[in-house]
Design a protein. Structure first.
Lengths: 485, 145
């Protein structure tokens, strides 16, 4: 096992990694930007060094400075967290060449999964179901149109090097195809310096189901069950759960087998996630692979009982996985709410600023992964996540009730957060019934915004009266006719 | 919180502002809060002037940024690595000339020379031989001739 590692990240994930390292007796080195001097990961790590100004490209993406700290502090390995350099194959490669272990997959695996049309092709050849569409990238709009006809409209034109919806176009009808195809190519070229695109069938309102896998250096790859992340807004996940209410034992077995097959195709090592789209008939299709630890990993930890960061550290140091596929039996139900500094009543616009009061929820089966505290300022330079609220219950119903109770207890004053959104969702009949699709938030947007505005108003009316807010949120939902636990 | 870290915080905030001014294409910015008043003008050469009569901190800060100036100038690290002195051991009272190497910061693949931005007398030496230096760390202060 390692003696000392550097964590090339900030926020809750840096704190999360430090916590496991402490338990395992591994010393930690934090890095931070000038605006993060007072950040929690800086305080909790054994050592911490400033690596640049606020701008991510000059600090958290500054490879020479990060490696210089790792070198000067004699670290054995680097944990990249998620975001920033975590899926950068060049960083993974340089890290290894400089003599540190990169706690993640090989740069080759990352490269292959990073090119979406390459990944798609590889999956087809490995027998993993993909959405019907082109094999590899398409250059000519006429050829693209032929494929669109074959699979049927609507179709998606997607950038091969893409991500985050850039270089992606939804084409509903034939007459729009040529125009949108060339727009996607141009956008892909300017956004990624790579104009290659591919065409695939567009699934309306699917469910987002993903499988957590973990591989070691001894050829073992194990699937740790699925997560459902259908509650999203503009491809940003808001609520995740494990298991999925749409997955039975048979489907789970097939999903897990497929995920392992996909990971084996690239000799995958360390933590990874295979994302699938699930249609209403129970067919699933490979979407992409995330070659890192994910934000929503805690729900898997709560139902499997394994610390995924510990597993990452163990396999990166060369140990074999301590479990086999047959040892993995999900137990109970877990949910995660991403509490962001965003205003759900106003298009989820970011609301950075100082947190005047931070009182996280607690109690049995409640976990909060966060780097926030009273007085902490959410910086506009980075993502707006304040905390992840994670609960466990023996069944979905109990877990939902515990989440609602925890949401009512959680207080973040001074900035707007998505807590009211989560309270709305966990009180919504469709959500409670497990009828989820990626279109959930858009479909129910009007009633959601009305609910947010009402709770805003009640907040204002009761401003200054302490302790009344949580109860008021509950009352608001009753008046909306949605169910309250 | 110490006075030092408050100052570092302020420097950090100013750096962020400068970055944002640049990306937004602003050439000039004036800002006032109860304790600090700052006016920044961006040219091809960066100029930063603190103009508050009752904000000595801001004035020292301007020194920190190696710009506007009366009083000592502080030499800060622009890179991360292990510090070592050059052949000439710099001590308080040492005379230095502009461009003279004061020490080196050794990163993983880069060796960065720390040079005197002005000629003058070294007032303080904050860096120690073999010490790990992080970004923005004050290494020396020099009183210009």
């Amino acid at each position: 096992m390692f003696n000392k590692i550097l964590i090339a990240n900030r926020g809750e994930i840096a704190v999360r990694v430090i916590r496991t390292c402490r338990r395992l007796g591994i010393r930690t080195v934090a890095v931070f930007s000038e605006v993060d001097r007072q950040a929690l990961h800086v305080r909790l790590a054994d050592e911490a060094y400033c690596i640049g100004p606020a701008r991510p490209d000059l600090s958290y993406l500054n490879i020479p400075n990060i490696l210089s700290v790792a070198h000067a502090t004699q670290c054995d390995a680097i944990h990249p967290g998620y975001g920033f350099l975590s899926e950068n194959p060049t960083f993974a490669e340089i890290t290894q060449k400089c003599g540190f272990v990169f706690i993640g997959p090989s740069h080759r695996a990352m490269e292959r999964m990073g090119q979406k049309s390459v990944a798609r092709d590889l999956m087809i050849r490995s027998g993993v179901p993909v959405m019907p569409g082109s094999s590899g990238s398409v250059e000519d709009p006429e050829e693209g149109l032929k494929i669109a006809h074959k699979v049927g409209f609507p179709v998606l034109v997607k950038a091969s090097a893409g991500g985050g919806g850039r270089g992606m176009r939804l084409v509903e009808t034939e007459d729009r195809f040529r125009t949108l195809f060339t727009t996607a190519q141009a956008e892909a070229q300017s956004a990624f310096g790579d104009g290659r695109v591919y065409v695939e069938k567009y699934l309306r309102n699917p469910r987002h189901i993903e499988v957590q896998i973990m591989g070691d250096h001894h050829g073992n790859i194990v699937a740790l069950g699925e997560r459902e992340c259908s509650i999203q807004r503009r491809h940003q996940k808001l609520i995740e759960e494990s298991p999925s209410p749409a997955v039975n034992a048979d489907l789970r077995r097939r999903l897990c087998e497929t995920a392992v097959k996909a990971a084996k195709a690239i000799d995958y090592v360390n933590a990874g996630t295979i994302e699938f789209l699930l249609d209403a008939e129970g067919n699933f299709f490979f979407m992409e692979m995330n070659t890192r630890l994910q934000v929503e990993h805690p729900v898997t930890e709560l139902v499997t009982g394994y610390d995924l960061v510990e597993m990452q550290l163990r396999v990166a140091s060369g140990e074999p996985l301590p479990f086999k596929q047959e040892d993995i039996t999900p137990h109970g139900w877990a949910f995660e709410c991403r509490i962001n500094a965003e205003d759900p009543a106003n298009g989820f616009s970011p609301c950075p600023g100082r947190i005047d009061e931070y009182l996280p929820a607690g109690g049995p089966w409640v976990r909060v992964d966060s780097a926030a505290y009273t007085g902490y300022a959410v910086s506009p330079s980075y993502d707006s996540m304040v905390a992840k609220l994670i609960v466990w219950g023996p069944d979905r119903e109990t877990a939902m009730d515990r989440m609602l109770a925890a949401l009512h207890e959680f207080r973040v004053e001074g900035i707007k957060t998505t807590i009211p959104f989560h309270q709305w969702a966990f009180s919504h009949e469709e959500f409670r019934a497990g009828r989820l699709t990626t279109g959930f938030v858009d479909t129910h947007q009007v009633s959601m915004i009305a609910c947010m505005q009402r709770s805003d108003e009640e907040d204002r009316n009761h401003a200054g009266r302490s302790g009344g807010k949580a109860a008021e949120h509950g009352k608001t939902q009753d008046q909306n006719g949605t169910r309250r636990a | 919180m110490t006075n030092m870290s408050e100052k570092q915080e302020l420097v950090a905030q100013l750096r962020m502002l400068i970055g944002e001014m640049r990306s937004a294409g602003f050439a000039e910015l004036e800002m006032e809060s109860p304790d600090v008043k700052v006016r920044m003008v961006l040219g091809t050469e960066l100029a930063l002037t603190a103009v508050s009569p009752h904000a000595p901190d801001a004035e020292r800060l301007a020194g920190n940024e190696e710009m506007a100036v009366h009083g000592p100038i502080s030499v800060t690290a622009e890179r991360v690595g292990v510090f070592s002195f050059g052949k000439l051991r710099i001590e308080p009272g040492s005379k230095v000339t502009k461009g003279q190497t004061l020490g080196i910061i050794k990163g993983i693949s880069i060796q960065d020379q720390v040079v005197a931005p002005v000629s003058g007398t070294v007032e303080d030496v904050f860096a120690q031989e073999g010490e790990i230096i992080d970004f923005g760390r004050a290494l020396f202060s020099i009183l210009p001739d």
